[in-house]
Design a protein around this ligand. Structure first.
Ligand code: SF4
Length: 305
């Protein structure tokens, strides 16, 4: 996997040492989705291009796409207008949904991230082999919905697929897993700690436990680097949408290490002037859907406070 590496940007002035994590901002899956969608419009100006759901959790990027004539929709017109393309975003969609969209008359351009595809395939393989499938993630996240729907399509028994968002949820549903062989996949942007606690809990409850650590490499690098940076920082700033799962996880992880601010834009820093003034070493990281220019604006604002 090619990951854009940012040159570590170290700003030292008389008061502060501000470091931007090298693995922050757009991941390769998001970058590919944004660039390919823009190119699609450039190459086919005559076609109507729709994205089903936000391409990424960033309102600036969504507006930029709108200005280019690329529409973000929650529902697709049925039947499709002539010459219409539907883009499937990096979170993916279920096989049934993609087939339905094609039936409506859209040309489908599937930009599901390859790492998300891997989770979908692993989940299908596990249920096909007769495993009770545990999906660790947010029930209402589009990535998880697609994984669950695909797995149910191929499961011998639909009841043998369960999404859990916490160990407590697993405990509440433990009866379902009794005498079953269990397979586990995890949402690409989850925390490794969640997988560890579930595995630890199940390890002596079944003789056949198949674990697929499907957290993507980009998330792994981003979270690990953020933890290290957090240990060296008096304050961490996490940039990105509150709707973004990977950004929220970063903030959760870091708040256990050092004081952490989760903000969507530099303007919010005005609410935290006191703690910023007191902090000498400040680290910045950002979720996979945060553009570079937002990170730069945050760095600049921190320098001026
Ligand atoms: S966070 Fe990971 S899985 Fe999601 S789009 Fe980026 S690289 Fe792909």
């Amino acid at each position: 996997m090619t990951l854009r590496r940012r040159v570590v940007n170290n700003i030292v002035n008389s008061q502060k040492n501000i470091v931007i994590a090298s693995h922050s901002g757009f991941c390769y899956g998001v970058k590919r989705a944004v660039e390919t969608t823009k190119k699609l419009k450039k190459d086919h100006p005559d076609k109507n291009i729709y994205i089903l759901g936000e391409l990424i959790h960033n309102s600036d990027v969504i507006s930029e796409l709108e200005q280019l004539g690329i529409k973000t929709v929650l529902e697709l017109e049925n039947p499709a207008k002539e010459n219409s393309i539907c883009v499937i975003r990096s979170h993916g969609a279920s096989i049934d949904l993609i087939n339905e969209i094609k039936k409506m008359g859209y040309i489908v351009v599937d930009l599901t991230c390859l790492d998300v595809k891997k989770v979908q395939d692993t989940a299908i393989n596990l249920v096909s082999e007769g495993y009770f499938l545990l999906i660790l993630g947010h029930k209402i996240h589009p990535e998880v919905i697609a994984i669950e729907q695909n797995a149910k399509k191929y499961a011998l028994n639909k009841e043998d697929v369960l999404v859990i968002g916490s160990l407590d949820e697993l405990k509440q549903n433990e009866e379902l897993l009794k005498n079953k062989k269990i397979g586990i996949v995890i949402q690409t942007t989850q925390k490794i700690e969640f997988l560890k606690e579930v595995v630890d809990y199940l390890i002596d409850k079944t003789k056949d436990l198949k674990i697929a650590n499907t957290i993507c490499h980009s998330t792994y690098l981003r979270q690990n680097e953020a933890k290290e940076l957090g240990k060296r920082s008096d304050l961490m700033v996490v940039a990105g949408s509150k709707k973004s799962a990977n950004t929220t996880h970063l903030a959760e992880i870091l708040s256990k290490i050092t004081p952490t601010l989760h903000i969507e834009s530099e303007k919010e820093l005005d609410n935290f002037k006191e703690i910023i003034k007191k902090s000498k070493n400040i680290g910045i990281t950002a979720g996979a859907s945060t553009p570079d220019y937002i990170i730069e604006k945050i760095k600049h604002k921190l320098e001026t406070i």
